[in-house]
Design a protein around this ligand. Structure first.
Ligand SMILES: [Zn+2]
Length: 283
C-alpha cells in the first residue's frame, strides 16, 4: 500500500512506561515489520536510585538516576526491537504535589505548546500511522503522564491527526484480579513517599482507573510477546514498583499482562469496533 513501512509512535512519560503499558504491542509490531518510534518525555530522575534510594534521600543523586535510567531504557528498547528512541529530556516532575512539579525544566511546568512543538517535529519526521499515549488522567494521575497526553494531542492538532490515535487503558474487570495478585506478590511493595494516597495493596482494590470493559475499543493479544515484555521490564529492575511484576515470573506475568487494551480516540480507517489490532484498516 504505502511505499514506506507502517509506523507506530508511542509517547510515554518515563523510562519503563514503554514496557508496562505497551511492551506487548511494541514487540508485536517489531515482529511484524512495523517501525516503532518511542518518545520518552522525561529523564525519570525522580525514580529510585541505586540501592533503592528514594528522591530526597541522601544517597539519591538525580543526575546519576537519570543516567542509570537512560541505560535501562536503551536496554529495554533493545529487547522490544524499538526502531527509534527519541528523548525529549524534560526533568521528571515526580508525583502530584511534589516540589519537583514546579522545578525548573520539569515536564509538568513546561508550557504545553512548547513541548508539543518539539513532539510535532518528531511526528513530521517519522509520519506515524498510529499514535499511542495515555488518557487525560494520565491513566493514574501522574503529572508527567497527564502532560504526555496533553502534548501528544496538541502535537497531533499541529501536524494533522495520524490515521489512528489511541489512549492506553485497563479493563475494570481485571482490576480486582490485579489487586489480589498485587497483595500476593507485593507484600513489600509500597508507593514511595506518598502517604496521602491509599495504598492499593491495603485497600484491596485499585483506585478508579481503567474503563468498564464495554468502553474499551481495542484488545490486543500480546501473550506471544509476554517474555519480551517481561524482559523489557526486567531491564528497569532498579525501580521498586517493577519488582512486584518481576516477582510473578514470566508465566504468571504473561497471564496477567498479556492483553493490552486501548481506547481509540481518533480514526480515519473505519475499522469496525471492537478490534484486536492497532493497525486494523491500515494493512
Ligand atoms: Zn511513568
Amino acid at each position: 500500500m504505502a511505499d514506506r513501512p507502517l509506523t507506530l509512535m508511542a509517547v510515554h512519560a518515563h523510562p519503563d512506561d514503554e514496557a508496562t503499558g505497551t511492551g506487548g504491542v511494541l514487540a508485536r509490531c517489531a515482529a511484524e515489520g512495523i517501525r516503532t518510534v518511542l518518545v520518552t518525555c522525561t529523564d525519570g530522575a525522580c525514580g529510585d536510585g541505586p540501592g533503592g534510594a528514594k528522591p530526597g534521600d541522601p544517597g539519591h543523586d538525580p543526575a546519576a538516576v537519570a543516567e542509570m535510567r537512560r541505560a535501562e531504557l536503551e536496554a529495554s528498547c533493545e529487547v522490544l526491537g524499538i526502531s527509534h528512541l527519541e528523548l525529549l529530556g524534560y526533568a521528571d516532575s515526580g508525583m502530584m504535589g511534589w516540589p519537583a512539579n514546579t522545578a525548573p525544566g520539569s515536564f509538568w511546568s513546561t508550557p504545553v505548546d512548547e513541548a508539543a512543538a518539539r513532539l510535532a517535529e518528531l511526528m513530521r519526521r517519522h509520519q506515524p500511522d498510529v499514535v499511542v499515549t495515555y488518557d487525560e488522567n494520565g491513566f493514574y494521575g501522574h503529572p508527567d503522564h497527564i502532560q504526555a497526553n496533553r502534548i501528544t494531542m496538541a502535537a497531533l492538532s499541529l501536524t494533522g491527526m495520524a490515521p489512528k490515535v489511541y489512549w492506553t487503558t485497563a479493563p475494570r474487570s481485571m482490576m480486582q484480579e490485579f489487586g489480589k495478585i498485587m497483595r500476593e506478590f507485593g507484600a513489600e511493595w509500597e508507593e514511595p513517599e506518598h502517604p496521602d494516597q491509599p495504598d492499593p495493596a491495603e485497600s484491596g482494590a485499585m483506585p478508579e482507573i481503567g474503563l468498564p470493559d464495554e468502553e474499551i475499543t481495542t484488545w490486543v493479544d500480546t501473550t506471544e510477546f509476554g517474555g519480551q515484555k517481561f524482559d523489557a521490564l526486567a531491564a528497569h529492575a532498579s525501580q521498586g514498583e517493577n519488582i512486584f511484576f518481576l516477582r510473578m515470573g514470566k508465566e504468571r506475568f504473561t497471564q496477567l499482562m498479556g492483553v493490552e487494551t486501548f481506547v481509540r480516540v481518533h480514526d480515519t480507517t473505519g475499522a469496525p469496533l471492537p478490534e484486536n489490532d492497532l493497525f486494523a484498516g491500515l494493512r
